[in-house]
Design a protein around this ligand. Structure first.
Ligand SMILES: O=C(CO)COP(=O)(O)O
Length: 252
């Protein structure tokens, strides 16, 4: 059985002092990782200190982005070796905000995924259709296309450790969460894609999160679906009690 995985994506919303205070507040209340795996992905400047503060807990600390090259003249970027050198093993790749605002094309998402895997990181790869694409009946085609391009050249052995987050763009930060049945159907489609490409054991191993306006009062509706293994949560992951409620709801 797959262990549920709840990850907070704090985006550019939590400054250093609050990030560290959050760790202090949750660290003795994180459920064992056998019940639910938990993470928060913060701004790069806070990662090193957060990692240290979270040392004795099972809360993982993740990055929100990584550059595809290991080093070089890429002003302002962060490399996978730089992240792993401070103990950061988890990274979000291809979030729709990065795709939309920072030119993270499917090809770049693929390069970033390879960089993360090469350096032993666990990637959370985000896919999801826009409202326009959903209304045009193209949601499945779009998500399958994103997966195909993101996973190009990724081996079956590598794919087993990847987390895929299905985040319909229209449900992010809008309070307009996707209907759990529709979300479940898309997560099933994602798992079927993994099965087609990599076989049954990879399909069973890969964890698929839903993301988009997940909150303590709706998370159980998503997790009830057999193909939804957790959530990637923005707004509702920032406040201590809300984050802990999400973990409690997901804990098995
Ligand atoms: O983008 C998200 C997580 O990556 C979702 O954000 P919200 O939970 O705030 O809708």
């Amino acid at each position: 059985m797959r262990t549920p995985f709840i990850a907070g994506n704090w985006k550019m919303n939590v400054e250093d002092a609050d990030a560290l205070a959050f760790i202090d507040a949750v660290k003795d209340r994180i459920p064992p990782k056998e019940n639910v795996e938990s993470a928060v992905c913060a701004q790069a400047v806070s990662l090193k200190d957060m990692k240290k503060r979270a040392e004795d807990t099972e809360l993982m600390i993740g990055a929100q982005n990584v550059h595809e090259e290991a080093s070089g003249a890429f002003t302002g970027e962060i490399s996978a070796p730089a992240l792993t050198s401070i103990g950061i093993q988890l990274v979000i790749i291809g979030h729709s905000e990065r795709r939309e605002l920072f030119n993270d094309s499917d090809e770049r998402v693929n390069l970033k995924l390879h960089a993360a895997l090469k350096h032993g990181m666990t990637p959370i790869v985000c896919v999801g259709e826009s409202l326009e694409e959903r209304e045009a009946g193209r949601a499945v085609e779009v998500v399958r296309g994103q997966l195909q391009k993101a996973l190009e050249g990724v081996s079956a052995q590598q794919v087993d450790g990847i987390v895929i987050a299905y985040e319909p763009v229209w449900a992010i930060g809008t309070g307009k969460s996707s209907n759990p049945e529709e979300a479940g159907e898309m997560c099933k489609t994602i798992r079927s894609y993994i099965r087609e490409q990599y076989g049954e054991s990879s399909a069973e191993a890969v964890r698929i999160q839903y993301g988009g306006s997940v909150k303590p009062d709706n998370i159980a509706d998503y997790l009830a679906d057999e193909d939804i293994d957790g959530a990637l949560v923005g707004g509702a992951s920032i406040k201590v009690e809300s984050f802990l409620s999400l973990l409690e709801a997901a804990s098995r």
